[in-house]
Design a protein around this ligand. Sequence first.
Ligand SMILES: *Cc1c(COP(=O)(O)O)cnc(C)c1O
Length: 428
Amino acid sequence: MIYQNSLSFAIAQDNDDLLKDFRNQFLIPKHKGKDVIYLCGNSLGLQPKSAAQYIADQMNTWQNLAVEGWFQGDDPWLEYHKSLSASISKIVGARENEVSVMNSLTVNLHLLMVSFYKPNSKRFKIIMEGGAFPSDQYAMESQVKFHGFDPKDAIIEVFPREGELTLRTEDIVQTINNHAAELALVLFSGINYYTGQFFDLEAITQAAHKAGAYAGFDLAHAAGNVPLKLHEWGADFACWCSYKYMNSGPGGISGIFVHEKHFTDNQMNRFAGWWGYRADKRFLMAPGFDPAIGADGWQVSTSPILLLALFKASMAIFDAAGGIDALRKKSVALTAFFEFLINEINKGQAEDIFRIITPANPDIRGCQLSVVCGQNAKAIFKYLADNGVIGDWREPDVIRLSAVPLYNTFQDVYHAAKHLADALVAVK
Ligand SMILES: *Cc1c(COP(=O)(O)O)cnc(C)c1O
């Protein structure tokens, strides 16, 4: 695709966009009476207009049926989570019974580590990306300590090579091989929150398994953003939040994946609760934990129906849009256009003012572009906000901007780049 730096080009792209009507299904905040240019779906996705009705429906069920809502009505609460499995499993590339929804992300990371991080004196190490999201770092450290090991010995971080910004798959694989004999777990994000790099999860999984370790993934920035094939890749487990690219509201429910090869492993540790019990026998309230077969067997507590309802509103939109593959197609074009426009700004400068640290190869990134501002970074970020462009800020000098295919337009991206260019003049 040859891109052009013009509003008319952006308008033409929007007119040709098969997904253009989906923007109308979202509530877009206003700035000075106009829609903001919302490029922050990597942090909190926008609210579907339908979400309030999905909540209202459950409030009505509660009002009219009260406790009978668990068993009666259009969507009995007892099985409510199951009505999400088909949509979610397509987004992450799983079998339906390999996914479940429960808790929030870091909690699920801990619960899955209970099953998949069982260190012994020989195998106790965890390999993860350097500069992982802080919550993941804290989770790993505390897990390691909980098992009586020292994070300094047990956690191996892989960093980019000198002078490089992102990780090479070969270096990740090499690090796994180097520690193979002592390795218990490889835990990577799907997409790094800071750089926007999309890791080769299949290669990482294969290397981990060859080393005799488990492979698990935090897909907070990948789920709903890029196509995934967790089952086919053989990943052991994964978890993600639904409030970023999956638009299910602040603190929305998290999802988990457990590969079916682990369903019958009864040696596996779990922190159990009654919601993970076999559904057919749960209400016998018998002693002795007998887990549901499938990812549902990792559930602990009663389903938070209102959170599930928000997620369900969002999944209906994903399905109507034709799923993650249709979204990805637009996403690749949108992000490439944005990248082109940012590089156009740099062309007029002595050196690159806006340096994109996200990989240029579309296969190894999603929606997000992480832009290092060479000068006046904070002031430029503020200028964007003052002009209705919503991105987010990461210390010391990075602005993350994500054009999300469900609700962003080529015109959004055009105007955002224009504001970036104007900021250079305005904040001297
Ligand atoms: C957003 C994000 C989280 C947030 O976890 P919560 O438990 O939902 O607060 C964790 N890990 C990664 C990689 C993230 O991007």
